[in-house]
Structure formats: structure tokens, C-alpha cells
Design a protein around this ligand. Structure first.
Ligand SMILES: Cc1ncc(COP(=O)(O)O)c(C=O)c1O
Length: 379
């Protein structure tokens, strides 16, 4: 018998009311009962996306919504700018290349956020030939968040549409889709929205709809023209993930009741507590200047095997955090503070990290991380 704690950047823990919603008997989707749920969920998504644009619910993980963005907005041979500052920026490039898009990659050192002036310079160099700028709200692989407001202010003056991967970040940190001129925002269910994986979301501005209408890329299942036609009749083009949509509605109700302001404030506080704890433990943050309030990436001290640390925490004590990927594999750990995570989940996570670090031979005053986190929570 062991209790498990999930502190990973997706999936995130599920609230009991969301689990309960998924345990209800299935209903048919072409019914007034499901239509009422779909309508409420779509409205709830608009609240979380902070938009009046159309928001579509797709049956896929977040990557499906990313691919839908590419194939609906662009035609083979189009040129785009892609901000790459980690694994998920690279995913935009991989999807675009698969769709025959010409990618001008703006590489940003891992752990740093992009300078919006560099995007402006690239846009200027291309003139009007760039169709889209692809970005990431929170680069989950490094724990960095990018300044979407500043990026939006740059891209809105060009003919390009701004596409934001907000798969991790939406519902955790501010993203004002309309006010910040984010033409297309994609997200997924298993992070800030406190659901299991399986749903993708995509919002489309009127500027972006023009691209959708003129795109020559082949598409069928993820054809947003079909989705738009259907949602106008409060319907979906294909069988939706009914159970997940019911759960989504429940999660969105919780968020609305809580208010976005409070949700963001809670995430900020948890991130502050984790950062304070890491400092107290003498651990370096991977992104000290650009760290997000979604997930904190922490450098593993010299001589400690990061993969072993994650494994012992998970397999011996039931506390799951994430490791590093690619070049930073084994060198960092990532502690998520996103979704249905609260003060005492964080305290437990830090306490477990201390215990295993200590077992692996790292010297520090035991309890110093927990104390620093508690001091933040007591403020
Ligand atoms: C920023 C970001 N983009 C894209 C993805 C991929 O999403 P999915 O695994 O839901 O397809 C993730 C998942 O971790 C992510 O964090």
C-alpha cells in the first residue's frame, strides 16, 4: 500500500469531482443532454483562453492540436518563423517540415526566453512572405515561459499569424488570447485543465480564419472548417470523447468558480515556494531569469545522477517528478506545480527530494527546503 503524488508537467492530478464525472454512465452525443454540456464547455474554454474567438475541442493529445494548426493555416511551400527554445519548440519545426513548410528557426539557448526584438528582426527581413510565427507559452522541457504579450505586440503589425503552443501554461499562467493578439492558441487536457490526456483545443482568430480558408494542405479529421460548421449547431463533426468532455465541463466549472485570478495566484505562490526551497537547498535553477510558474527545472548537483534521483523518488516513495530530456537528461529534474496541486503536495515533494538527495550523498541541512517553502506559504 502506498500513496502516490504526481508532480509532473502532465499528466497532472485529477480533482475528485472530475474523476466522479468520468464515472457517470455514457450518454449519446447527438442529444440535447450532450449539447448542453458541449455548449457550456465551449463557453468555459473561451473564459480560460480569454477569447471571443472560436475554440474547438479535438480528440487528440496536444500534439494533434499542433498538427491541426499547421495543416489548417498553411500550404506546402509557405514560409514560417519558429521559436525553438527546447523540445516543444522543436516539435513545431518537425510538424511543419512534415507538412512541406519552409521553416526559419529562431534558436534560443535552452533555459532562456526569446527576445521579441529578434522575432521583429526576422519578420522584417522576410517582408510579407512569412505566413505564421510559431511559439511556446511555457517550454515544458526547460521550465521557461516566453513573454507572449510582447511577442503578440510584434507579430500583430505583420501579415503573419501568431500561433501559441499553450499546452502547458493554459489555465496556470496568464495568457490573454485576444488582448495579446494570439491568433491561434493550442492546448491539451492533461495539464492546467486538470484532466486525463485525450483532448486537444484550438482557438482561431478572424485573421487566422482567412488562412484556414485558403490553406491547400490535405486534411480530413482535423479539418477545422468541418468543426466550425458543426459547432454552429452545437455539434461535433465526429464522435467526440464524450466522457472527457463531461469531465472538461466539470473542471472548467471549478476554474470559473475559483476565478482565473485566484488560479494564477495559486500557481505563482507554489512556484515561488519551489524556487525558494531549491535556493535553500543550494540547488541551481536551470532558468533563473525566465522560470515559469508552471514547472521548475532544477540542476542536479555535481556527482548526483538525476535519473536515479527521479527513479528512487518515484519507485520507493511514490513521488513522481520529471527528469531532463535530450542533452540535459540526467542533469536536471523538473518539479511541476500546475493544475490540481496544492501547498501540501509541494511540501511533500520537496520533503521527498530532500530525503533522496540526502541518501545519494548530497550534504545540506535537512528540512531547509521544506522550511523555505513553508515560509513562502505563510506569507
Ligand atoms: C509545451 C508542450 N507542447 C507540446 C506538448 C505535447 O503535448 P501532448 O503530449 O499532449 O501531445 C507538451 C507535452 O508535454 C508540452 O508541454
Amino acid at each position: 500500500m502506498r500513496k502516490n503524488y504526481l508532480l509532473t508537467p502532465g499528466p497532472t492530478p485529477l480533482p475528485p469531482s472530475v474523476c466522479e464525472a468520468m464515472a457517470r454512465p455514457i450518454i449519446h452525443h447527438r442529444t440535447p443532454q450532450f449539447q448542453a454540456i458541449l455548449k457550456e464547455a465551449t463557453e468555459g474554454l473561451k473564459y480560460v483562453f480569454q477569447t471571443t474567438n472560436d475554440v474547438f475541442i479535438l480528440c487528440s493529445s496536444g500534439t494533434g492540436a499542433m498538427e491541426a494548426a499547421v495543416t489548417n493555416l498553411l500550404s506546402p511551400g509557405d514560409t514560417v518563423i519558429i521559436v525553438e527554445s527546447g523540445k516543444f519548440g522543436e516539435r513545431w519545426t518537425e510538424i511543419c517540415k512534415a507538412a512541406g513548410i519552409i521553416c526559419d528557426v529562431l534558436s534560443v539557448e535552452w533555459g532562456k526566453s526569446v527576445n521579441p526584438a529578434d522575432i521583429a528582426a526576422k519578420l522584417k527581413a522576410h517582408g510579407d512572405s512569412v505566413k505564421a510565427v510559431f511559439t511556446t507559452l511555457c517550454e515544458t522541457s526547460t521550465g521557461v515561459s516566453h513573454d507572449m504579450e510582447a511577442i503578440g505586440a510584434v507579430v500583430k503589425n505583420s501579415s503573419a499569424v501568431l500561433v501559441v503552443d499553450a499546452i502547458s501554461g493554459l489555465g496556470a499562467i496568464p495568457l490573454k488570447t485576444d488582448a495579446w493578439h494570439c491568433d491561434v492558441v493550442v492546448s491539451g487536457s492533461q495539464k492546467g485543465l486538470m484532466l486525463p490526456p485525450g483532448l486537444g483545443f484550438i482557438s482561431i482568430s478572424s485573421k487566422a480564419w482567412k488562412c484556414v480558408e485558403s490553406s491547400k494542405s490535405p486534411r480530413y479529421y482535423f479539418d477545422l472548417r468541418k468543426a466550425k460548421k458543426a459547432i454552429e449547431k452545437t455539434d461535433t463533426p465526429f464522435t467526440p470523447a464524450i466522457t472527457l468532455v463531461i469531465a472538461l465541463n466539470e473542471a472548467l466549472r471549478m476554474m470559473k468558480e475559483d476565478t482565473l485570478e485566484k488560479v494564477f495566484a495559486r500557481h505563482k505562490k507554489m512556484a515561488e515556494a519551489v524556487r525558494a526551497a531549491m535556493k535553500a537547498l543550494g540547488l541551481k535553477l536551470f532558468a533563473p531569469d525566465a522560470g515559469s510558474d508552471v514547472v521548475t527545472a532544477v540542476c542536479v548537483p555535481q556527482g548526483i545522477d538525476g535519473e536515479k534521483l527521479v527513479k528512487i523518488m518515484r519507485d520507493t516513495y511514490g513521488v513522481t517528478i520529471a527528469g531532463g530530456q535530450d542533452a540535459i537528461k540526467g542533469k536536471l529534474v523538473r518539479i511541476a506545480h500546475m493544475g490540481f496541486i496544492e501547498e501540501f503536495d509541494i511540501i511533500t515533494g520537496i520533503s521527498c527530494l530532500e530525503k533522496v538527495l540526502s541518501q545519494l550523498g548530497y550534504a545540506f541541512p535537512l528540512g531547509s527546503g521544506v522550511k523555505a517553502a513553508e515560509e513562502v506559504f505563510m506569507k
